[in-house]
Design a protein around this ligand. Sequence first.
Ligand code: SF4
Ligand code: FES
Length: 250
Amino acid sequence: MSDMNLTLKIWRQPNATSAGAMHTYQVSGISADMSFLEMLDILNEQLSAQGEEPVAFDHDCREGICGSCSLMINGQAHGPEVTTTCQLHMRSFKDGDTITIEPWRSEAFPVIKDLVVDRSAFDRIIQSGGYISANTGSAPEANSVPAPREKAMRAFNVATCIGCGACVAACPNGSASLFLAAKITHLGELPQGQPERYSRVVDMVGQHDAEGFGGCTNIGECASACPKEIPLDVISQLNKDLRTAIKAGR
Ligand code: SF4
Ligand code: FES
């Protein structure tokens, strides 16, 4: 496939307090084998060569692990494939395409600059209860705490949540319920997570609401946008644990 020429419409915002606007750029020489972020690197090289400010965007591992590459691409969180932005390849686009690139849009994720948002609300949710109180010291022998295979597999599967925030960006309510429920389910399925199971859910839901995330109305956009395919039914688990906790007066 020959190289592509693209039109990019990108949200530019100098800082958290200034107004932002869409800007249009042309970029050429884009190979189908490049990742989306490599395409943005080419744009930034062009902008720097022209003496213009490069576009700020978040990234770290570029391997689908860290969850920092958070872009709204043509109105879809992480773009047209079920993957992270860093793992999205330009073969998903064609020569002559116009691509719109925006930051996550959520009151709880304020824009810091251009395409970079502040997702520290997720860190505060984890700090409010997303941990277990295990004694420190040497790691216990893995099989000394038996866990049923089904529960262990479910815990492992939901532990793949990378905290990217695509679920929030995709949700019309700006809810972080899928993220929250993935963390609650991960710890709640395992024996080590039981001592704080019900205080955890109350504290984490309280922090979620205090951060300004919206409520879940079972629309399901979150699970469709999730690059780690966290299933929607974890939110049922979250609600069940919350009901149990409230009944028990936690
Ligand atoms: S649940 Fe999925 S979309 Fe939401 S933060 Fe975790 S990995 Fe990202
Ligand atoms: S840069 Fe780490 S998941 Fe994309």
